[in-house]
Ligand binder design. Structure first.
Ligand SMILES: N[C@@H](CCC(=O)N[C@@H](CS)C(=O)NCC(=O)O)C(=O)O
Length: 223
């Protein structure tokens, strides 16, 4: 299998697919396509049916979209338990992953990763930090995240530090958000996280070993 991804320091969708495949213990090679510059468009056109990354090439088929790759991985590696075993937890885990996949648009656009209009690069991995956005739409997205984290941790979190206890698919989908909270210095306590449950969950995502590996690779110069 070959996983085609964007620049590791900024590619939020690609990170999800990487985390999921790593969790499964899948063997795959990596091809990183620059997200800017002259090599970007031809690289994307050559490897991605949708012109976007991530793409997973498996058995001669190119699977595009981080959610489709994650669903493939759950099918191919059932022992990885990418979805929680408990049925109620599983239904809600799917709801959460889908909400993250299609929602949180203010956080995604106003706390973007990559190059901004002023030429500053916003990464998921560096020590650099950006000013906290103040719009009500970002605040609403953050409150929604806090509400999900608080509810799911209380109901299903007993078995571990992640959203549903043990690491599962929604954790892959929320890791890029956790990195944005760090980069944009968003204090969850200002958005309803009164007991710090959501902040503790975010800290667990940022300390997860596969994410740390990704972050290290992202700052390593590669051929
Ligand atoms: N919904 C898609 C989104 C993928 C996406 O937007 N990828 C961005 C990079 S993070 C991309 O490939 N952009 C290249 C372009 O739009 O030209 C997924 O989950 O895989």
């Amino acid at each position: 299998m070959e996983l085609i991804i964007g620049d590791m320091s900024v590619a939020t969708w690609s990170l999800r697919a990487w985390l999921v495949l790593k969790r499964c213990g899948a063997e795959f090679t990596l091809r990183e396509i620059p997200m800017s510059g002259p090599e970007s468009a031809p690289g994307l056109a050559a490897h991605s049916p949708s012109g976007k990354v991530p793409v997973l090439k498996v058995d001669g088929v190119a699977i595009w979209d981080s959610l489709a790759i994650s669903v493939f991985a759950a099918e191919r590696y059932p022992e990885a338990k990418l979805w929680p075993v408990d049925a109620h937890a599983r239904w809600l885990a799917r709801s959460v992953a889908c909400e993250m996949h299609s929602g949180f648009s203010a956080l995604r656009s106003e706390c973007a990763t990559g190059l901004d209009a002023a030429g500053v690069v916003h990464t998921m991995v560096g020590p650099d930090r950006a000013p906290t956005p103040t719009s009500e739409s970002v605040a609403a997205d953050v409150r929604r995240f806090v509400s999900i984290a608080t509810e799911m941790r209380a109901r299903f979190g007993a078995g571990g530090p992640y959203l549903f206890g043990e690491w599962s698919m929604p954790d892959a989908f929320f890791t890029p958000l956790a990195a944005r909270f760090r980069h944009y210095q968003i204090d969850l306590a200002d958005h309803g996280d009164v007991d710090g449950v959501a902040a503790t969950y975010v800290a667990a995502l940022l300390q997860q070993p596969d994410f740390l590996d990704w972050a290290e690779l992202a700052v390593t110069v590669r051929p």
